[in-house]
Design a protein. Structure first.
Length: 284
């Protein structure tokens, strides 16, 4: 029995050895593999940033009514408004241009409306005085003083703008009123030189009167032209164009009225003789 046991053990050992020799030992291989995976992550981010926003400018409105409706004056008027607004970006000018004759009819409504114009064009002299006396035109004496207009404007212009020692408007333009003459009529009366001064003008009128010729005539199809006679005769302001008349005549008003002169009211100058000429403002 003992022999069998030893033999059995030997066989078991051999079987184990044979088994070990028949099964190879496994080889362990380590390899590093880089795995890249893109993952989209949604995340809400709140960013606080101070942004300087241009604030709207509170613009003051100025209403400006003008009768400068002819093309050239209107263009000049609009250019002045543009220049003013560029110099004063805080002011908006509501510029309204109305036809000349329509403006004359509408001005009463403008000045008595709930929103009357802040600035307007109008005529000097008695036409302005009518609204000044009603308290519808503002006293701008402070503007004259601040801007030095009492010194920079000609004295005649300041006088036209003044009522009871206060100034109410700014003269903006003027033009000359010419006196036309007919050389053949002068020759007939013995006048050899065109009058150059007020005294020479009065002398020519006297000479024409002595020759039986009416020295002055005015076309009055449009009645406003008749005002020229009163401006010339007395040197008093009238409507919008008084500035020129006052400027020209004021210096000679003390010489008295055109004594001995007659006036003839006729049709417009289109009926004047073909050789009619103008003194180019020398006498007015």
């Amino acid at each position: 029995m003992k022999r069998y046991a030893i033999a059995f053990n030997i066989l078991m050992v051999l079987a184990m050895l044979l088994s070990a020799c028949g099964t190879p030992t496994p080889e362990v291989i380590r390899e590093t593999v880089e795995v890249v995976k893109t993952v989209e992550v949604t995340k809400e981010v709140v960013v606080t940033k101070e942004v300087e926003v241009e604030k709207p400018v509170d613009r003051r409105v100025v209403i400006y009514n003008s009768y400068a409706s002819d093309p050239a004056p209107r263009a000049a008027d609009e250019a002045l408004v543009k220049m003013f607004e560029e110099a004063h970006p805080d002011i908006e000018v509501q510029h309204s241009t109305v036809a000349h004759e329509d403006f004359k009819q509408a001005i009463r409504a403008y000045l008595t409306a709930s929103t009357p114009p802040d600035v307007m064009t109008w005529f000097a002299g008695n036409r302005a005085r009518f609204f000044i006396d009603k308290g519808l035109v503002a006293d701008i004496s402070d503007v004259f003083a601040e801007k030095g207009f009492n010194e920079s404007y000609a004295p005649g212009f300041v006088a036209l703008a003044t009522v009871n020692d206060k100034q109410y408007f700014l003269p903006t333009s003027y033009y000359w009123w010419a006196v036309y003459y007919v050389p053949s009529v002068f020759e007939k009366a013995g006048i050899t030189q065109v009058p150059q001064t007020w005294d020479e003008f009065l002398g020519a009128c006297d000479t024409l009167n002595a020759a039986g010729i009416t020295p002055i005539t005015i076309g009055t199809r449009y009645p406003w032209t008749a005002a020229a006679w009163f401006v010339l005769r007395r040197g008093t302001p009238w409507n919008g164009h008084s500035c020129v008349a006052r400027k020209v005549v004021a210096a000679t008003a003390s010489s008295g009225q055109a004594s001995g002169s007659n006036i003839s009211v006729t049709e417009p100058a289109s009926h004047a003789p073909a050789d009619a000429r103008t003194t180019a403002g020398n006498c007015v």
